[in-house]
Design a protein around this ligand. Structure first.
Ligand code: SOE
Length: 389
């Protein structure tokens, strides 16, 4: 089978994981990468063993060897790079959130549809075998009519007021910080697993660390700067904490808490769905377990074992029971689905069911936007538009 050529734009923190994932697929060639300058691209291409370095992303797009573009730039560049890639006829895999705001997300969604290429947004938590198991069980009615969908996505990497990232700057990260960065993942997962849509939200947002001491030189995501680094104080306007009540189109109620200043919580995404027959709970930090709760019989804990999984979930598990699979494996599963779709032509009919597209990215942006509006209006229920039907 001829290898598909991929090029990556934006070689920061997440780029290494895109490259690792496609390397594991075996049928993808890493052609090269583009960054903010030829020098930075050369340096990262060497560090990541990522093929050739391009002086700019238009140069990468002009290379016919590149058929698939991975857009791992900061949020404010997503629109520009993804649009240019779509116009150049490339398949596009964009990091989440799809864009900085809903208008841009809509533009990207429409451009992707018209381009007749595969378009993927990295809601990678869909790629876990037990997430797919929960989705299959709900689709088959094993949980009964949904009553309550709840959970959280908590992190602590912004706890210290000296921690900083471009995600906190609305010009670079968009109007929302914690909600756009990780609340977006939770909402996507809740809708994907339940098969239901969030129709209304009531949000309370907060900035628990309103002033941060930022290194004078711009830091990378997650980069801890030395104590002696010269710093300046800046006011933070976007949320680092959010609590949101939810209503779903199947009548279920829900709530989610999102925060990035919560000591001890590293990447603590939890999702629980309670139906009339049973509850299912999954936790990202213990991803090989699915808790199944019952009312009139003993609760069970399903550990990831390909032999015990629903056929729809089995293909997402690669190791026998007792050999844990985790974040990198789920990320690889997303890339496997993306490249399978590309090989099948990227048509709507050939899309793997678990794969998140630009339509999901647009939908997600509408959700985050509704949360921001609900809070700005003083905490009132905000209807979530659903132009995709
Ligand atoms: C930082 O909060 C981050 O890397 C997110 O940007 C990712 O999407 C999430 O998977 C882990 O945390």
């Amino acid at each position: 089978m001829k290898k598909l050529g991929m090029g990556l734009v934006g070689p920061g923190f997440i780029a290494a994981h895109h490259l690792d994932a496609v390397r594991r697929l075996g049928n993808v060639e890493i052609v090269g990468i583009a960054g903010s300058s030829l020098e930075s691209a050369k340096k990262r291409a060497r560090e990541l063993n990522a093929g050739r370095a391009y002086a700019s992303y238009p140069e990468l797009l002009a290379d016919p060897a590149v058929q698939v573009v991975h857009n791992t730039t900061p949020n404010h560049l997503h629109r520009e790079v993804s649009l240019a890639a779509l116009r150049a006829g490339k398949h596009v895999i964009s990091d989440k959130p799809l864009a900085s705001n809903t208008q841009e997300a809509r533009e990207l969604y429409e451009a992707a549809r018209e381009a007749h290429v595969a378009h993927v947004v990295t809601f990678n938590y869909r790629g876990y075998p037990l997430v797919q198991q929960a989705r299959a069980m709900i689709a088959k009615g094993k949980v009964g009519p949904a009553v309550f969908v709840h959970g959280c996505y908590l992190q602590d990497w912004l706890t210290d007021e000296r921690a900083y990232s471009w995600r906190l700057d609305p010009k670079l990260g968009g109007a929302s910080s914690a909600l756009g960065d990780i609340g977006s993942h939770w909402c996507d997962l809740a809708e994907h697993v339940t098969g239901a849509r969030i129709t209304a939200v009531l949000a309370d947002l907060h900035t628990a660390v309103p002033v941060r001491e930022v290194p004078a030189a711009s830091p990378k995501a997650f980069a801890g700067a030395a104590k002696s680094t010269p710093r300046r104080k800046i006011k933070i306007t976007s949320e680092d904490l959010a609590s949101v009540l939810l209503r779903f189109d199947n009548g279920a109620r829900g709530c989610v808490t999102v925060g990035q200043v919560l000591p001890g919580h590293k990447n603590d995404l939890r999702l629980e769905v309670s139906g009339r027959l049973a509850s299912l709970a999954w936790r990202q930090e213990q991803p090989n377990e699915l808790w199944i709760g019952h009312h009139a019989q003993a609760n069970t804990l399903l550990t990831r074992d390909p032999a015990l999984l629903d056929p729809a979930a089995r293909g997402y598990a690669h190791l026998p029971a007792g050999h844990p699979e985790a974040w990198a494996d789920a990320f690889r599963n997303l890339m496997a689905d993306a490249y399978a779709w590309i090989r099948r032509g990227g048509t709507p009919e050939t899309k793997p069911a678990a794969l998140p597209t630009f339509a999901d990215g647009y939908r997600n942006s509408l959700l985050v936007d509704a949360m921001l509006k609900s809070h700005a209006a003083g905490g009132v229920w905000q209807h979530v538009e659903d132009p995709l039907g």
